[in-house]
Design a protein around this ligand. Sequence first.
Ligand SMILES: [Zn+2]
Length: 98
Amino acid sequence: MINNCPECQLPVSSTAPACPHCGAPNPAAVDGTAVTTQKTGKELKRFFLLSYILIFSGCTTLFSGPTDSTIREAAVSMLIGGLVMWVGLKIASWWRHG
Ligand SMILES: [Zn+2]
């Protein structure tokens, strides 16, 4: 869609954030808010996946009964880290949407 620039009255695409002729900000520009929300949603999903992987890896490592205390501690840290991350993400998504 083509609109006229409010400053110089020359045609400006509605997707352009600013007028290419005079540089005035384009008020008709397609708002980037929707894209940003989608992007953060995708990022949240990625972190959710990561927290699930941490919880899952921690659980499977713990249930395999590691004799090495270092591995056991690492597994517990992964589990706790994953859980804390998951809770934080739950709060973050609740905060964003509700
Ligand atoms: Zn202009």
